[in-house]
Write a protein that binds this ligand. Structure first.
Ligand code: GTP
Ligand code: MG
Length: 290
């Protein structure tokens, strides 16, 4: 098995080793552990909460037990048990939504499902073009319109088309605009409501895309999106490019929403299923160098 998720933690591990050292160790003193966990961008309050439960010298097993508890959430398995199964992909500007849609389309196609894309980010012309290019590369159909048109209408058309033509999965791209909360709220709510008009079960999954390079600061964005439409799951992107891998602990701890996938690069193949054990092992390897 390829440990891609673990490998994507390389930068985080390097940052940790700068603090605790690269030698193999049985136990780590609490103050050093505190520094390392904060360096990895685990939220300060969470680090304090963790450390309060731990002895002065912390073993790998003991820390693993505490880290495990954070990911004690509902299963992050996606079962395509409805048709069309609609994914609404949301998040702030540049988080990686469009790229993630391409990766998901590639994955689902490889799994044998038929996929259709909906370009409901009508805010920028470039966004429609970007998704269209992916549709071409991946050889999947796309429903799109001109820039400035109603994103809810495109959503409706995509789901209706998926229904009429018997597609298994519809992936809907949306515009990220957090700077204007009111607009964002209205637009997203409208998109969700109209999805239900097209197909009452849709969207079956509202997935929030979070950029790992933003670290813990992404939590506030996530909270707002969750308040507005309710998030079913998280996809963390750009884990490959950051030393802030520990922020995943803070995100999950704060939101209590499971992480489904992790983006580890810019190519269509660069999406891995999030596995909490592999992720925790990766962090522990950085700390204990074994
Ligand atoms: N290294 C790396 N880069 C990524 C990953 N995911 C996305 N990117 C890059 O991040 C940039 C933004 O990605 P997009 O998919 O366009 O982001 P978006 O959320 O759709 O952006 P807007 O439509 O502007 O809101 C692109 O250059 C992507 O190639 C990832 O997992 N790793
Ligand atoms: Mg986009």
């Amino acid at each position: 098995m390829f440990k891609i998720l673990k490998k994507s933690l390389n930068k985080t591990k390097e940052a940790i080793k700068q603090i605790v050292g690269a030698e193999k160790k049985e136990k780590i003193p609490k103050d050093l552990l505190e520094e390392a966990l904060i360096e990895a961008d685990i939220d300060y309050d969470l680090v304090e909460k963790l450390l309060n439960k731990l002895p002065n010298e912390v073993s790998r097993e003991r820390l693993k037990k505490e880290l495990d508890k954070i990911f004690n959430l509902p299963e992050n398995k996606i079962e395509i048990n409805d048709k069309p199964y609609v994914f609404l992909i949301i998040g702030v500007n540049g988080a990686g939504k469009t790229t993630t849609i391409a990766k998901l389309a590639y994955k689902f196609k490889n799994d044998g499902y038929s996929v259709i894309l909906g370009a409901a980010d009508t805010f920028r012309a470039a966004a429609i073009e970007q998704l269209s290019r992916w549709a071409e590369i991946l050889d999947v159909p796309i429903i799109k319109t001109r820039q400035g048109h109603d994103p809810a209408a495109i959503t409706y058309d995509t789901i209706s088309s998926a229904k009429a033509k018997g597609f298994d999965i519809a992936l809907i791209d949306t515009a990220g605009r957090l700077h204007n909360k009111k607009n964002l709220q209205n637009e997203l709510k409208k998109i969700v409501n109209i999805s239900k008009k097209a197909y009452p079960n849709a969207p079956q999954k509202k997935l929030l895309v979070i950029d790992a390079t933003q670290g813990s600061s992404a939590i506030n964005q996530a909270k707002i999106f969750n308040e507005v439409v309710g998030i079913d799951g998280i996809i963390v992107t750009k884990l490959d490019g950051t030393a802030k891998g520990g922020s995943l602990f803070s995100i999950v701890n704060e939101l209590k929403i499971p992480i489904y996938f992790v983006g580890v690069g810019e190519k269509k193949e660069d999406l891995v299923k999030f596995d909490k054990n592999e992720f925790i092992e990766g962090m522990l390897e950085g700390l204990y160098s074994e």
